[in-house]
Design a protein around this ligand. Structure first.
Ligand SMILES: C[S@@+](CC[C@H](N)C(=O)[O-])C[C@H]1O[C@@H](n2cnc3c(N)ncnc32)[C@H](O)[C@@H]1O
Length: 421
């Protein structure tokens, strides 16, 4: 653990506090304003990104993490956070100020980030002894989590904002988390989720992925499946509270609640089949392995692609997302201007949470090509599906795609009828 430098005295404060928690804090000292190129403001908080890896575009991912952490604090009245790969420490700062975390452990393996992290966190009084609010370390994230496990100093919320498809963090993170705690995971490996490195995917997440039209949704399911598998080894199971794909990167983020007990029978951990010939998707249970065929019975060799095992259940909890949206509204993070995007995203995720909707989505371009028609307008297609009794929603992952429980052959018929009107 490294010691903290003396506080810097020049006053700085969030330009415009947008979260009521900000107002409860005493005015903190500021990071020194030396190189303005590196200075950023996020949700009214100023910080220095220095030469660390920092993406402005990941702000929504940070918003979602902060909302979840704040909800945890509100319901459990305590919040101990590990920001395991903290970069410049922006998340740690936001968990402290906005989520009102009692304690945040900011860790980044790169020692060169030390001064930047310290100066950012120095906006919050560090505290001493029992009242210590934060620490900074420069260890391998797995060492911090293993140490916490050994000393039984569990966390309520662990944020693993890692690069690529490094799944080595999963087991130590699960061990270092309190039961009922929240694990916020990241993967940035779109190549693997795209089915282009199945052997690598197998090694990282225990799933063999083939290229499928909704591969970015499979990226989320692959990440959850990796956690399902690791949790199961320890006798736990995980429940996804939200899953978020962002094309910047790309980045796949999932928030999981870790619970006691082995995988329930309806664990949604199975295989996904997609028929290149007819475009239909199906879930394939373990006991059907070896007897798989597509209902279209076209039996074209190689037409049925199978990926898995993957998580095939709901990507989000609608109730939980509604609480996040409610909190975002209370904090003024929704509405016109910058709030519009977060509000739109949360509402889309809520729509996607309809339990009648299966995994995957249908791109309207694929539908149009199969039906040999011009692409039907998305809202018209959704309304026609609703009228025929099917569940449908947009997908936050692909703008011109629909999620639906309507089989592809029926979608083609409905699309053609719409074009004949
Ligand atoms: C994606 S960046 C973090 C960005 C930051 N969370 C944010 O929101 O701006 C990943 C960070 O992980 C650090 N890192 C890489 N491998 C690590 C490891 N094994 N343990 C701890 N930190 C690591 C890198 O130095 C880098 O700063």
């Amino acid at each position: 653990m490294i010691s903290l430098p003396p506080y810097i005295t020049s006053p700085i404060y969030p330009n415009k506090p947008q979260n009521p928690n900000n107002l409860r804090k005493t005015r903190p000292p500021a990071p020194p304003v030396s190189n303005s190129d590196h200075y950023h403001t996020e949700r009214g908080l100023q910080f220095d990104a220095g030469d660390t890896f920092f993406r402005r575009e990941s702000a929504t991912g940070r918003d979602l993490g902060v909302l979840a952490a704040a909800l945890h604090k509100k319901t459990h009245h305590s919040l101990r956070v590990l920001d395991a790969l903290c970069g410049c420490g922006i998340r740690s700062l936001r968990y402290l100020i906005e989520a009102d975390a009692d304690f945040v452990w900011a860790n980044d393996a790169n020692e060169n980030h030390g001064n930047v992290i310290l100066s950012n966190l120095s906006q919050i009084s560090r505290g001493f002894g029992e009242n210590r609010r934060w620490v900074v370390t420069h260890c391998d994230a797995n060492a911090v989590m293993a140490d916490s496990f050994v000393h039984k100093e569990y966390f309520d919320f662990i944020d693993v904002d890692s690069f690529g498809s490094d799944s080595s963090f999963l087991r130590p993170a699960l061990n270092a988390l309190r039961f009922g705690g929240l694990l916020y995971l990241t993967s940035t490996d779109g190549y693997t989720s795209g089915g282009h490195r199945p052997q690598h995917c197998l090694a990282a997440y225990g799933a063999y992925l083939r290229p499928m039209p909704y591969s970015n949704e499979l990226g989320l399911r692959m990440l959850i499946a990796g956690a399902v598998r690791e949790a199961s080894v320890l006798g736990y199971h995980v429940v996804p509270l939200f899953s978020y794909y962002s094309y910047h990167g790309p980045v796949f983020r999932v928030l999981l609640q870790v619970k006691r007990g082995k995988l329930p029978n309806n664990s949604h951990y199975s295989f996904i089949g997609y028929c290149n010939k007819c475009g239909n998707s199906q879930a394939i249970s373990w006991d059907r392995l070896g007897q798989i065929h597509c209902p279209c019975n076209l039996n074209v060799p190689g037409s049925l692609l199978v990926s898995g095992p993957l998580y095939t259940g709901p990507l989000h909890s609608a109730t939980y997302l509604a609480e996040m949206l409610n909190l975002a509204e209370q904090w003024g993070w929704t509405g016109n201007g910058t709030g519009k995007d977060l509000e739109k995203l949360l509402k889309q995720l809520i729509d996607e949470s309809d339990p009648k909707l299966p995994f995957g989505f249908i791109k309207l371009d694929e539908l149009a090509s199969r039906a040999k028609i011009d692409s039907p307008p998305l809202l018209t297609m959704m309304s026609a599906l609703h009228k025929e009794g099917y569940a449908t929603s947009r997908s936050h992952i692909a703008s011109n795609a629909i999620k639906t429980n309507c089989p592809m052959a029926e979608c083609i018929r409905i699309g053609r009828e719409l074009r004949q009107c």
